[in-house]
Design a protein around this ligand. Structure first.
Ligand SMILES: Cc1cc2nc3c(=O)[nH]c(=O)nc-3n(C[C@H](O)[C@H](O)[C@H](O)COP(=O)(O)OP(=O)(O)OC[C@H]3O[C@@H](n4cnc5c(N)ncnc54)[C@H](O)[C@@H]3O)c2cc1C
Length: 286
């Protein structure tokens, strides 16, 4: 199948891009890495009037590591995240999750902003952004706003982004005492989305977990924190025992809209979390 005819524009400044988006009555879709948009176009699942290429706009890509936060431009390729040494030191979980997406050819084009805007339910990076408490920065001709990642995704493939807005950057707080990890299960030979995954962060003191953040991906339509599972962890040793942890993950991650096999996926997420805790406690590397 070929795409329905559309106009193509490639602005070279952000102001021009925002002007192009500010055209009521015309559906303008930004093109970032194109790894999701192009298949949607050729499958005629989206029919924009205009495709607006963001690739010629300077300043939308880059990684800025500060003492309290890391700012990453929306057009930063996943491969660039994966290969950035300082980022690997500052936010290792983001680098390992980026490296888990698809395969290198896809990651060479795919962007951080595109991943968040595409909002695939099993995507790795939206879940990591929620776990880390990141902010998504949006610009339009009306101004700029910042939305917490936990509120950015509203459903499978939907976000709070208005049609005239461009995501310009994502701001990650430095992890402040938490050590994060990402773990996922993919089917054998798969180069696509995982069955399920989990991103978790722990603050451990005197051998006990003092605070925890747990986010599952692939279970529901939206990556969300699992407060019950987090509460299960607090006060326990990393190695456990964690007798109710998997059940707690299932109870929360299998709630709300999700795929047909949501409960199975939630159980996978729970087991991944349990295994990662055991592996961390024994010093196992993954
Ligand atoms: C074979 C294959 C396997 C894949 N496996 C995985 C996987 O395992 N995990 C995973 O997470 N993803 C996976 N993907 C998806 C891939 O990573 C996508 O590239 C990503 O989700 C979208 O990023 P992109 O930069 O290509 O965006 P595009 O495809 O260009 O755009 C995606 C959507 O976001 C919008 N958009 C993009 N950037 C912006 C912006 N800055 N502001 C506003 N709107 C914007 C576009 O209009 C479009 O609606 C896979 C893709 C393929 C083809």
């Amino acid at each position: 199948m070929t795409a329905v005819a559309f106009d193509y524009t490639a602005p070279t400044t952000l102001d021009d891009a925002l002007r192009a988006l500010d055209t009521p009555g015309r559906k303008v879709m930004p093109l970032a890495g194109g790894q999701s948009l192009v298949p949607l176009l050729t499958g005629r699942e989206v029919r924009p009037d205009v495709v607006m290429d963001l690739n010629g706009i300077p300043g939308l890509a880059g990684i800025d590591i500060g003492p309290d936060q890391v700012r990453i431009g929306a057009m930063t390729r996943l491969r660039a995240l994966e290969q950035h040494r300082e980022l690997a030191a500052a936010l290792p979980v983001l680098v390992s999750a980026a490296a888990s997406v698809a395969h290198p050819h896809i990651r060479r084009r795919s962007t951080l902003g595109g991943s968040l805007c595409h909002a695939a339910p099993a995507a790795e990076l939206p879940a990591v952004a929620v776990a880390l408490g990141a902010d998504v920065v949006l610009r339009s001709a009306r101004g700029a706003r910042s939305v917490r990642a936990a509120r950015f995704t509203t459903g499978a493939g939907t976000t709070v982004r208005a049609p005239d807005e461009v995501v310009t950057e994502v701001v990650f707080p430095r992890t402040g005492g938490f050590v994060y990890e990402f773990s996922e299960l993919c089917t054998r030979g798969s180069t696509g989305y995982p069955v399920a995954g989990v991103c978790f962060g722990l603050r451990v003191d005197d051998g006990l977990i003092r605070a925890a953040r747990v986010v599952a991906t692939g279970c529901g339509h939206v990556p969300a924190r699992l407060p019950g599972a987090e509460a299960e962890l607090v006060g326990r040793a990393v190695a456990g025992p964690h007798p109710d942890l998997v059940a707690s993950v299932v109870a929360e991650a299998a709630r709300g809209p999700g795929p047909e096999d949501q409960e199975y996926r939630a159980e996978v997420a729970g087991v991944l979390l349990l295994r990662a805790l055991t592996g961390r406690a024994s010093g196992e590397t993954r």
